[in-house]
Write a protein that binds this ligand. Sequence first.
Ligand SMILES: Cc1cc2nc3c(=O)[nH]c(=O)nc-3n(C[C@H](O)[C@H](O)[C@H](O)COP(=O)(O)OP(=O)(O)OC[C@H]3O[C@@H](n4cnc5c(N)ncnc54)[C@H](O)[C@@H]3O)c2cc1C
Length: 394
Amino acid sequence: MNESENGTLVPLGRDYPELRDGVKRICQDFPLEYWARLDRERAYPTEFVKALTEAGYLAALIPEEYGGAGLPLRAAAVILEEINRNGGNATQAHAQMYVMGTVLRHGSEEQKRRILPRVASGELRLQAFGVTEPTSGSDTTRIRTTAVRQGDEYVINGQKVWTSRALHSDLMLLLARTTPLDQVQKRTHGLSVFIVDLKENLGKTVEIRPIDAMINHNTTEVFFENLRVPVENRIGEEGQGFKYILSGMNAERILVATELVGDTHWFIETATRYANERVVFGRPIGQNQGIQFPIARCYAELESADILARRAAALFQDGKDCGTAANVAKLIASEASWHAAEACMQTFGGFGYAAEYHVERRWREARLAQIAPVSTNMVLSYIAQHVLGLPRSY
Ligand SMILES: Cc1cc2nc3c(=O)[nH]c(=O)nc-3n(C[C@H](O)[C@H](O)[C@H](O)COP(=O)(O)OP(=O)(O)OC[C@H]3O[C@@H](n4cnc5c(N)ncnc54)[C@H](O)[C@@H]3O)c2cc1C
């Protein structure tokens, strides 16, 4: 058992302490008030992302030969965990860390050399990922955005929704249908992945409209009208895009799960501090079991989520099948962070509603994980079908 700075017992060990300390130092320059202001102004944390980029954290997963740090997935996860644990919002930065994974795993050597070093240095922001569409929702194989080959180019038409950070990204990874659904043997076939140059095409063949959302997530709708993308920007083989997108999802779920572990820490630490300080009926509210038990239960859930996220990262690193572990970790972590958000809100009572305590903002933010990047029902369907052998339900 280790003891953390605030006296909490941390039985799992503080791995990558130098990374944790470095991220914490950066977060100290971006206090809770910084995030509250961005929330009010619906602004992007440009300065925070710049600081993370300059320190090399967002290039953690890019191999050294392409200018990154070449760290294991667990190290990247720890970076995100620390951001959220220290009051930041890693969702605004995490995509720059892992969207490039599709290029790394399935791109050509030419694409890797062209893109990855510039993503590592921060010169290129590749942090928009266009999969979801308004009509198809979770049923990705029914997307309607099409890419039709004409000579050395593809002509792309369609629409994406909830494309986060598109206005703060130079490049976007886009999934589009290259063979109509009624002409493929399997509905997962005939989809392809493209690197789209947003900067070059914005206002011409690409239109981006911000979505007014419950949280400050810089998320958008993206419209494509006869966008021309050179063939050399297609990743891997035509028609195999669904497979390429899926291959990145385990890593994403493990990183998001760990990020949520960071959130859970923040809620528990914030609630505990307040429960010790706030005196009502002549005693700290934390003396009441009605206040301390929900927080204690969250601590138990935190440990479960942390262990599961570490297990999934270890399987991923060993190249083992980690689909179930990644899904389970994401599911449990999303519930742990939401329960902790609820417990924190309840502990603060009326003051939980006051923006100056930051609980209401982080409570709003915590709800997202049960919907995106994958909704809880989709994870449960995965477990039911792939682990339990129950019939596919959709
Ligand atoms: C803030 C935010 C940021 C996002 N960022 C991105 C992004 O950057 N890029 C991107 O591509 N997408 C992004 N998304 C989209 C996100 O991945 C989807 O919202 C999510 O996958 C759910 O899809 P949907 O909203 O279309 O819900 P739907 O598919 O319409 O589903 C609605 C509800 O029905 C349930 N449901 C649907 N079908 C079934 C079934 N067969 N069995 C059981 N339950 C079912 C779902 O679980 C969900 O609860 C973002 C979303 C949000 C809110």
